[in-house]
Design a protein around this ligand. Sequence first.
Ligand SMILES: [Zn+2]
Length: 139
Amino acid sequence: MEKIKYKCCATVFYGTLMHRKDCGKTAKFERDGKHYCGTHDPVAVAARNKQRDAEFKKRWEAERQASATKAAAAAEQKRRADCYDELLNSLNDLNSLYVRAWDQPAGSLWFSPESVQKFEEIHARATAVIAKATGASHE
Ligand SMILES: [Zn+2]
């Protein structure tokens, strides 16, 4: 008895949905009474779709992570840049106070009420901007 050769019943599209035809390749699999070639076997199609979905999810997750890392780095850079002027001004003020102390007769500047008040102002500003620069909350 000669074995019947079935053809793949899958519909293939070429170009547009208007252009379609039966696959017609020699069938290798029978599923629910229909015959399919190795390419169009529903089990193989499902496996390929599952793999494609998994690869897509993996790529999407990698892109999402890369984007989050980039955004976090940009936010950190902005936070630091936002502190730059305040940090520089505070350090310049502290530095000028320090230099002036050496120019004065011993004890005359550090213990004058104006210099103590000025120092406390600068100290408060420096403390606030250091907190901002290190990301610690203040106020
Ligand atoms: Zn086929």
